[in-house]
Design a protein around this ligand. Structure first.
Ligand code: C2O
Ligand code: CU
Length: 484
């Protein structure tokens, strides 16, 4: 009885891809020109996972979580928690439709798991202890095995004590490419933004520093990192296009990006390309979110180099008071002349926009009651912290409209595991340009609405704030997707 719904949703997603391909001319692309100098991304080069499977449709790799020394700037070293010895962990590259197999080993002193943020995995691969799989104990292994159905930038991180483990350095990017996406820009960079805190001896700051206030604020690291480095330099030919696929893997920090005022041409969000591009002067990427952007960094008289900065964004008390913007990376230019103003690629994606008719309304209210006398604070979802909550319910093929009202004075990047959703406006119409999301900022004392498509993968799926301190402070829940 639900098969027709499954068919409907599968078709909606697939036909979006197909129509889009048709619109851009499948296979017509000749290789795009490269403009960046040979060593342009040397300081930002991510380690890459080695695919040891000869089958072109399978990416098979090993991944070990372990403590290792990392150097975030010359001479600035810390004993971090890493995947394969680096922060961020190795970039895993796949093509849309590939099967990804990751043989994971835990060499950390604590249990852990891997969650594949944004990927439409089966529940057994979702990395949530007790729901998806047992914790991977120190010395143990687990094999993750799933198909990547959707092109886009995704990421992986632990789902055990995640505020601590992500904060100590555990995260990495999973890039699912569509070779026919029509984005004709060869100089492309995967950019993992995060932060980390450690002292002058390279010892990580404890995850509970600052006590309950630290939890409520959401602890930020004292070093801002771009691909694991403090303010690395990227080299560019002035005026040439670059494609940056950006993910924010910080446990609390918001990145409101500014490139010395030069525009971001946004072509995609969490779940791949968006309906149409949009040009933005600043680009907000909250924890867990991704953006696919084209930039044309250009030298000016005033700015012989450019700085990508994280500007102040008011996500709650402590986020703007007595604080300054942070440098994220520097763009330095070759001596060549500035290229004539380039034409931006006309990428777009057809959305078979699902109608909201017949969608079940689900109301979610986020609160932070005043702390108790002993200083304890908890975030609540519909009146209860997650440890007292009952699962929400959904049926296979069901569409739901979630209205998330934030009554607290902190912003919450709200993440749903396993499914994409489409942001809606007050009148419940899709917000344009349409884009598939799995994480969305709910500003303080504000409301967001989105349409969730529950496809054919039953299970107990989490939702939570991606300020991981908030999640552990109560702002989590489950939705139980049932087959009948
Ligand atoms: Cu990246 Cu449970 O999340
Ligand atoms: Cu939050």
């Amino acid at each position: 009885m639900y098969s027709e719904y499954i068919f409907m949703w599968t078709r909606a997603l697939a036909s979006a891809a197909l129509l889009w391909t048709a619109a851009t001319g499948l296979g017509a692309a000749s290789p795009a020109a490269r403009f960046a100098p040979a060593d342009w991304d040397r300081e930002l080069k991510l380690a890459e996972a080695r695919d040891r499977n000869p089958d072109p449709k399978i990416v098979e790799t090993d991944l070990t979580a372990r403590v290792a020394e990392v150097e975030v700037a010359p001479g600035l070293k810390a004993q971090a928690w890493t995947y394969d010895g680096s922060i961020p962990g190795p970039l895993i590259r796949a093509r849309v439709g590939d099967r990804v197999i990751v043989h994971f080993t835990n060499d950390l002193p604590e249990p852990t798991t891997i969650h594949w943020h944004g990927v439409r995995v089966p529940i057994e691969m979702d990395g949530v202890p007790d729901i998806s799989q047992p914790e991977v104990k120190p010395g143990d292994t687990f094999t993750y095995d799933f198909v990547v159905r959707d092109a886009g930038l995704y990421w992986y991180h632990p789902h055990v004590m995640s505020a601590a483990q992500v904060g100590y350095g555990l995260s990495g990017a999973l890039l699912v490419e569509d070779p026919d996406d029509g984005v004709d820009v060869a100089d492309d960079l995967t950019l993992v933004l995060s932060d980390i805190s450690f002292n002058s001896h390279g010892v990580l700051e404890p995850a509970d520093s600052g006590g309950p206030i630290g939890m409520v604020f959401g602890r930020e690291g004292n070093y801002v990192l771009a691909n694991g480095k403090v303010n690395p330099t990227l080299r560019a030919r002035s005026g040439a296009l670059q494609r940056w696929r950006i993910v924010n893997t910080a446990k609390s920090r918001f990145f409101l990006l500014d490139l010395d005022g030069q525009p971001f041409y946004v072509i995609g969000r969490d779940g791949g390309l968006q309906e149409t591009p949009e040009t933005l002067d600043t680009l907000l990427i909250t924890p867990g979110e991704r953006a696919d952007v084209i930039v044309a960094p250009t030298r000016t008289k005033k700015t012989p180099t450019l700085t990508l900065r994280a500007m102040l964004y008011n996500r709650g008390y402590g986020s703007i008071e007595y604080r300054n913007p942070e440098d994220v990376l520097t763009v330095a230019f070759t001596n060549e002349a500035t290229l004539p103003k380039p034409k931006m690629p006309a990428v777009h994606r057809e959305f078979d926009a699902p109608t909201t008719a017949g969608a079940t309304p689900v109301d979610i209210v986020l609160t932070l009651p005043p702390a108790t006398v002993d200083g304890k604070s908890e975030f609540r979802v519909n009146g209860v912290p997650f440890w007292k909550a009952k699962p929400y319910l959904a049926k296979i093929g069901e569409k739901q409209i979630w209205t998330v009202r934030n009554e607290s004075k902190f912003a919450h990047p709200f993440h749903l595991h396993g499914f994409f959703f489409l942001p809606l406006d007050k009148t419940l119409q899709p917000i344009h340009p349409m884009a598939w999301k799995d994480t969305i900022n709910v500003p303080m004392e504000d409301t967001v609405r989105f349409l969730v498509l529950f496809d054919e993968r039953p299970g107990m799926w989490m939702f939570h704030c991606h300020i991981l301190d908030h999640a552990e402070g109560g702002l989590m829940g489950h939705v139980h997707l049932q087959s009948d």
